[in-house]
Design a binder for this molecule. Structure first.
Ligand code: RP5
Length: 170
């Protein structure tokens, strides 16, 4: 069977962001969603980043996930060149430990939103979940998978509480 064309694009500012972004890819795969993963920089390869965003919808993508660190302009540039939803992950690793990336990604001017998630690994996972939630509005099977995902989280919390109670009383 021919594999389906990815509908989620993940664009990171540098390959050094991959250790964070692999959590996004893994989480999407858990929901059966393949993604395109690219390195493109708002500063080092601005024309490529612009061209990618401009043609993303035509190329069948439904959601773009961007990630960058430091002066993190990538998600804003992508969002400026597409009408697709753009989710932004602020990456850590710089002098300000992600606060720089967070503010650069989240503080978009009106009219050009970037749905900014948490800094680092939690954000990388949440970007995937948010992408699934967006896609699930038109896909009942994804909605069912999200319900199972939430139920699994509940079970995990209950199990960890039981474990803690045993440790405390034990
Ligand atoms: C950003 O600069 C990238 O997204 C990366 O987080 C950061 C550092 O890039 P490298 O100098 O490690 O390539 O554009």
């Amino acid at each position: 069977m021919a594999s389906k064309k990815p509908i989620v694009a993940i664009v990171m500012g540098s390959k050094t962001d991959w250790k964070t972004l692999e959590h996004t890819v893994i989480t999407l795969k858990d929901f059966g969603i393949e993604s395109t993963v690219r390195v493109m920089s708002a500063h080092r390869t601005p024309h490529d980043a612009t061209a990618f965003a401009e043609s993303a919808s035509k190329n069948g993508y439904k959601v773009i996930i961007g990630a960058a660190g430091g002066a993190a302009h990538l998600c804003g540039v992508l969002a400026g060149h597409t009408t697709l939803p753009v989710i932004g992950i602020p990456v850590t690793g710089w002098a300000l430990d992600g606060l720089d990336s967070l503010l650069s990604t989240v503080q978009m001017p009106k009219g050009v939103p970037v749905a900014t998630v948490a800094i680092g690994k939690a954000g990388a996972i949440n970007a995937a979940i948010l992408a699934v939630q967006i896609l699930s509005t038109a896909d009942a099977s994804l909605r069912r998978k999200l319900v199972s995902y939430k139920k699994k989280m509940v079970k995990e919390v209950l199990a960890s509480d039981t474990e803690l109670q045993k440790e405390i009383s034990g």
